[in-house]
Design a protein around this ligand. Structure first.
Ligand code: SF4
Ligand code: FES
Length: 143
């Protein structure tokens, strides 16, 4: 059976930041762009109350792996864009980003449904293959 995806939610008022740790490729774009919200040394590491909704939205849309998404109470979920329109993007020295809905079948025949953005390991060092887990940074992958 496919592993269950871990989903963490951090809310402030009607705004909820959703983080899927297994999708995170540790690009640190979130930490660098909104350090007042994202601090990996704190618990919880995401504090949405420390920034405006507009700032949160534009930063979350820049998360390259789709690990971060958000929803607003009463509105439909954001940013699971590109439905039915799959696009592959090569990240320099990093994973392959697949945008769109897809089904991933492993060597044993188990399938996993993915949507939004899925990062696939290109360096071979991930401990969560076929997905990227950020290990390309540790091994200084170039390619
Ligand atoms: S992949 Fe997304 S959640 Fe993970 S560190 Fe980068 S910006 Fe943050
Ligand atoms: S490409 Fe990220 S762990 Fe391999």
């Amino acid at each position: 059976m496919a592993e269950r995806e871990i989903v963490k939610e951090y809310s402030h008022g009607d705004f909820t930041v959703v983080w899927k740790p297994k999708k995170c490729i540790h690009s640190a774009i979130c930490v660098n762009s909104l350090p007042e919200v994202y601090d990996p040394n704190k618990k919880p590491w995401i504090e949405p109350k420390n920034a405006s909704v507009d700032k949160l939205k534009s930063q979350i849309d820049k998360c390259p792996s789709g690990a971060l998404t958000y929803y607003i109470k009463g509105e439909t979920e954001n940013s699971e864009d590109m439905k039915n329109n799959t696009r592959v993007e090569v990240m320099a020295n990093g994973p392959l980003l697949v945008h769109g809905d897809l089904e991933v079948k492993d060597a044993s025949g188990n399938t996993d449904s993915k949507s939004g953005v899925t990062a696939l390991c290109r360096c071979g060092a991930s401990e969560n293959k076929p997905y990227c887990d950020g290990a390309h940074k540790k091994v200084n992958f170039v390619g």
